[in-house]
Design a protein around this ligand. Structure first.
Ligand SMILES: Cc1ncc(COP(=O)(O)O)c(C=O)c1O
Length: 436
């Protein structure tokens, strides 16, 4: 294949100059593997970007999209409908936790987060509590790259260039505690008490009547795969309930089977008021996101006094036919191949793989939950993190895993088999022995 002209494309979240000096290009993909421009097979150990839950180029998804593009390429959902988003919303509602069965579609996780915030604000206003405009997230959170997500985000590198964006946001402490919980298998036993900070510090500071919602990733992904301590999410739920604050789970990563249930909410047995989703809904094939809303919240918007357009919000491509087709193909694949349930069968082998890295040079933590995992390295001076070096060397040896700060994250497609797990962790282990 001829090499493209690299000059004009400004790549997102990428060191453009170093990429363009030594590009990594993939040209096709199937199931668990990419094929690179040089014809090499690379195992996708990260579902590309936490997305490809069904694996690459799956037939049901291809078939649905192909049929759809020839049939109805585009119809908007602004006061004009087409059947697919209705059908898709019904399917998502069937998978969602009890009581959350109203679905708003966006094109990405970032838009889903913006949408959830606007729903929360408007909901409170409709109930006569318009002072509730403050949002609480967490250190090391990632909630997308839009203005709202950047403000809510808790990763310093993503915030510093932009200063303050949304004015009324505060952050809870993150839940990682290596001194107490390094090398935990599954949920760390200690740390649920961290949730008390919401009630002891944040609520008194801002006033409970001013807080619209708390938003958390059930498992913080981009921040390094931080597994919540046992009981932590339940405590957050209880505190939010006591103070009339909405709880939003950002399930852009954990939604659609990552933890062996449709949503992390069901895995943890904690029901939020709103769930944001994206990525796995189409298994990455076409951009799509959305918000799953508790029925009572939706009903508040539909009260008689709120005439006309009940929620003046949406995107040109909300409920786009191709995205819906891809999503229906993905949901069919998940269902027919029992992929969510499959996670529960393979999770122990994956866990053993993650923790097999313990004891290798510079490893200070290994952690996992279902099909999410990470290995973290001691920080070294200089600009190139160990994780960046490990990720690059793994790629050269045919395995794609992603650097997340000082950690490497593991997030494979749900179709992963034992031989792939062996390949993934075997390669990472070999590479770790070469990194000083
Ligand atoms: C938890 C979470 N929320 C939101 C987003 C943003 O999603 P998108 O990149 O589709 O806008 C991400 C992306 O990784 C995410 O991990």
């Amino acid at each position: 294949m001829n090499s493209p002209d690299f000059e004009h494309y400004w790549m997102p979240f990428t060191a453009n100059r170093s990429f363009k000096e030594s590009p990594r290009l993939v040209v096709s993909a199937k199931d668990m593997y990419y094929t690179t421009a040089e014809g090499k097979q690379v195992l996708d150990g990260f579902a590309t970007l936490w997305c490809v839950n069904a694996g690459h180029c799956r037939p049901k998804i291809i078939e649905r999209i192909t049929r759809q593009i020839a049939h109805l390429d585009f119809a908007s959902s602004f006061s004009l409908g087409h059947p697919l988003p209705f059908e898709l919303a019904r399917r998502i509602a069937q998978l969602a936790p009890e009581g959350l069965d109203r679905i708003f579609f966006t094109n990405s996780g970032s838009e889903a987060v913006d949408t959830a915030l606007k729903i929360a604000m408007a909901f409170h206003r409709h109930r006569g509590e318009g002072t509730r405009q403050c949002f609480i997230s967490r250190e090391r959170a990632f909630h997308g790259a839009n203005v709202a997500g950047t403000s809510l985000g808790g990763l310093p590198v993503n915030r510093h260039p932009f200063s303050v964006m949304l004015p009324r946001v505060d952050h809870l402490r993150h839940t990682q505690n290596l001194a107490r919980s390094a090398f935990s298998r599954g949920l760390p036993a200690e740390g649920a008490d961290l949730a008390a900070e919401l009630e002891n510090r944040i609520i008194p500071l801002h006033g409970s009547g001013n807080i619209a919602a708390v938003i958390v990733e059930p498992v913080a992904g981009v921040g390094g795969v931080l597994i919540p301590p046992e009981g932590y999410l339940k405590r957050l739920r209880e505190i939010c309930d006591r103070h009339g604050i909405l709880l939003i789970f950002d399930e852009v990563i954990t939604g659609f089977g990552r933890l062996g249930k449709p949503f992390a909410s069901q895995y943890f047995g904690v029901t939020p008021d709103l769930i944001t989703f994206a990525k796995g809904i189409t298994s990455g094939a076409v951009p799509m996101g959305g918000v799953i809303v508790k029925r009572g919240i939706y009903d508040t918007f539909m009260q008689p006094a709120n005439k006309g357009v009940e929620f003046p919000h949406g995107y040109t491509y909300s409920g786009h036919p191709l995205a819906c087709a891809a999503a229906l193909g993905a949901l069919d694949t998940y269902e027919e191949e029992n992929l969510f349930e499959r996670v529960n069968g393979i999770a122990q082998y994956f866990e053993d793989g993650v923790h097999s890295l313990r004891g290798l040079p510079n490893v200070i933590d290994t952690r996992n939950l279902q099909l999410l995992g990470a290995v973290e390295f001691a920080r070294r001076p200089g600009t190139i993190t160990r994780s960046a070096e490990v990720s690059r060397k793994c790629w050269e040896r045919g395995v794609y895993v992603r650097a997340l700060g000082d950690a490497i994250g593991f997030c494979p497609p749900l179709i992963i088999e034992k031989k792939h797990i062996d390949q993934m962790f075997g390669t990472v282990a070999d590479v770790l022995r070469t990194v000083s």
